[in-house]
Design a protein around this ligand. Structure first.
Ligand code: SAH
Ligand code: SF4
Length: 394
């Protein structure tokens, strides 16, 4: 793919029915979808609501995967469920633990594809970074995932499943009968792994509905942050249909530079993007938008950039998250020097915006922002191609 290749959403999404045995996976169905599926499988309409509540609690509150363990359901009904349904989360192929405690899971999904999920423990909280696509259609020149062609969208079940497999690994499911433990290991979810979540809107939305449901995984919408490269037509919908916090991969203060870093800017430029963002806090009833800004030496890190950035976002409730560039093999950029990052942060801070510098986590296991990339890629680009797309050399 070249930088000018059409940006396409034409990707394969798996049907909800699993191919083997034709059973439906419960994981990832919204309440309404699960209710309908239960009725279709023979649950009497009158009981459907109650059965739904019971099953939901077993699956999302207790993390149970086996119908036989659902002890408040009659044996016959459990057998009926087992005939029609499975409770499946993607398989963890490998787990790496960084010196700083960050955990990176290589996760296998149907079709043998792989994505990565990263758990970042912090004091009194923990953030799970989940993927929404295998690869990405976009080709941001500083991003490792962008060098991998899009293979397919994740299903809602595969997105919710990443939260569940992390809880499995961390031993975070409460035991029936035991008091609720209020300390949450997975307290926040960020859609900042592989893929562009707004190019897989319905599945991401349905998955987040399940994650936010207040009788299961119960992560509130303020603990979920969706990061987008700027898919303008989906931004208002995100506010209305998901209502989570929004982060935007901004990364540049002129269209000329943003075209090179985030090529989707050629479709929706900075002015168009900002216009869509202005309405987001009101539509989603959230306080502010996070502007992500990757610090690339000599590319977007000057004092003039910092001043332009402040001017551009004037009037938008915002926080600017400065991300020191994380290197990957063949990357055509370097991380800005620390003093440069601090000087940049200072200009933004003095203009009245929070400007935290994101500490790279899990770099030793290639789990930091933008370093994710699965081994099942279809077409690896060479370092030269990447540099050419970035406009750095012929
Ligand atoms: N596709 C979405 C979400 C995934 S990327 C998006 O682009 O927003 C998550 C964040 O990591 C984005 O802000 C992205 O720009 C940033 N990122 C990508 N590659 C990076 C790298 N090599 N170093 C630092 N941050 C990077
Ligand atoms: Fe895709 Fe986001 Fe990487 Fe751009 S930064 S290539 S949108 S994953």
């Amino acid at each position: 793919m070249t930088a000018n290749a059409p940006i396409t959403q034409d990707v394969l999404t798996l049907p909800r029915k699993l191919p083997e045995g034709g059973k439906t996976n419960i994981v990832g169905l919204t309440r309404e979808q699960l209710r309908e599926a239960l009725v279709a499988a023979g649950t009497p309409e009158k009981q459907a609501k109650m059965r739904l509540g019971q099953i939901w609690q077993w699956v999302y509150h207790f993390g149970i995967r086996d119908f036989a363990a659902m002890t408040n359901l009659a044996k016959d009904y459990r057998a009926l469920l087992a005939e029609h349904f499975v409770i499946e989360v993607p398989e963890v192929v490998s787990r790496q633990i960084s010196a700083d405690g960050t955990r990176k899971y290589l996760v296998r999904i149907a079709g043998g594809h792989e994505v990565e999920t990263v758990y970042i423990p912090e004091e009194n909280r923990g953030t799970l970074c989940i993927s929404s696509q295998v690869g990405c259609t976009l080709t941001c020149s500083f991003c490792h995932t962008g060098t991998q062609k899009l293979v397919r969208n994740l299903t809602a079940g595969e997105i919710v499943g990443q939260v569940m497999l992390a809880r499995d690994d961390l031993g975070e499911w409460p035991k029936p009968g035991e008091p609720k433990d209020e300390t949450r290991l997975v307290s926040n979810v960020v859609l900042m792994g592989m893929g562009e979540p707004l190019y897989n809107f319905e599945n991401v939305r349905d998955a987040m509905k399940v994650v936010m449901d207040n009788e299961g995984l119960t992560l509130s919408r303020r603990r979920i942050t969706l990061s987008t490269s700027g898919i303008v037509p989906e931004i208002a919908r995100t506010a209305e249909e998901i209502g989570c916090l929004l982060a935007v991969s901004f990364h540049a203060t002129t269209d000329e530079v943003r075209d090179r870093l985030v090529p989707v800017n050629k479709k929706w430029n900075i002015a168009t993007l900002l216009e869509a963002l202005r309405d987001y806090p009101r539509l989603s009833n959230s306080e502010r938008i996070t502007f992500e800004y990757v610090m690339l030496k000599g590319v977007n890190d000057s004092d003039a950039d910092a001043r332009r950035l402040v001017k551009l976002i004037a009037g938008i409730p915002a926080k600017i998250n400065l991300i020191p560039f994380n290197e990957w093999p063949g990357a055509p950029y370097e991380r800005s020097d620390w003093e440069r990052i601090e000087a940049f942060a200072d200009i933004i801070y003095k203009a009245g915006y929070a400007s935290p510098i994101r500490t790279p986590r899990g770099e030793d296991i290639m789990a930091a922002c933008g370093q994710l990339k699965s081994a099942t890629e279809r077409a690896r680009k060479s370092a030269r191609e990447i540099a050419a797309e970035a406009g750095l050399s012929g």
